[in-house]
Design a protein around this ligand. Sequence first.
Ligand SMILES: NC(=O)c1ccc[n+]([C@@H]2O[C@H](COP(=O)([O-])OP(=O)(O)OC[C@H]3O[C@@H](n4cnc5c(N)ncnc54)[C@H](OP(=O)(O)O)[C@@H]3O)[C@@H](O)[C@H]2O)c1
Length: 291
Amino acid sequence: MRIGITGIHGLIGSKIAPLLAKKHTLIPLSKREGFDLLNEKSVLQGIEQNDLHYVLHLAAYTNVDEAEKQKALLLESEAWKINVLGARYVAQATSRKNIKLIHVSTDMVFGKDEKDFFDEKSTPAPVNFYGLTKYEGEKEAQKNNSSSAIVRIAYPYTFSAEKKDYVRVFLGYLKENKSFSSVADCFYTPTYIEDIAISIDAIIENDITGIIHSTSGEKLSGFEIAQIIAEKFKFDKNLVSKTTRKEFFKDRAPRAYNTALENTVLNKYGVKLHTLNETLSFMPKDLLKNE
Ligand SMILES: NC(=O)c1ccc[n+]([C@@H]2O[C@H](COP(=O)([O-])OP(=O)(O)OC[C@H]3O[C@@H](n4cnc5c(N)ncnc54)[C@H](OP(=O)(O)O)[C@@H]3O)[C@@H](O)[C@H]2O)c1
């Protein structure tokens, strides 16, 4: 397939693009090619001129705490313009050319309602402005492109991106024998970034549309994640203490108690993503050495 991909230079895009490129032809739609979600004309041009079968829309305004500061601006905020209006432009342009759309979203569309797990039929109710813009973006994708797939991912981590995510941050403290605290009252379903490429490919192969959750399905708090890492590699578990989200996210955007996602759609297709314990088993061993 010829797939136009937005956000290819971001955390997720940079990791999954090389994997998808083994099977598909990827056409970058990024600011470097003059594709700007703030500029409708550039979105139309990028999508219409490349003879695409699919657009994988990853690009977004992703800074949760900065987005919160823009809340009062609502429609005039950069977060809204990129995540909602940008999503609309992408959906309209793809629909006009009969191009299928895979729109990537987040577990942060949930959180206000108390539930053990949120499945694809659960109604979103975000607790922060970023989550609201992502939810509104999902609606734009669905309203404007009837062959869209909304793929919700959560708490991505990997072992080799430039930016250190929580898994390598925790590992760093443990290796150096440093005490640290991790949030114990905030639950989510971590996702190994490379697995997102497997779900995207399955969505294309099986022509799946609608809402799709793509996570490990394993509900963990940050504290539990740190404990699992310590246990797996025999570090001192007592280095990890509990903190609360009230304390940790003080003066930042509100975070939910629980946004754990259940993958009912991917499960039906036999697609299973790795749990944290599984991925830690194949983590490169040199990451355990002190830098
Ligand atoms: N990371 C997470 O924790 C997480 C969790 C759940 C869901 N998600 C979702 O996953 C997707 C990818 O996230 P990520 O973590 O890879 O994001 P990221 O690292 O922050 O990268 C964002 C990407 O969006 C592009 N972008 C931003 N503004 C743009 C604009 N005006 N026009 C065109 N491109 C623009 C950036 O392009 P440049 O590189 O050219 O600036 C960058 O490639 C997003 O939809 C996000 O909501 C992320």
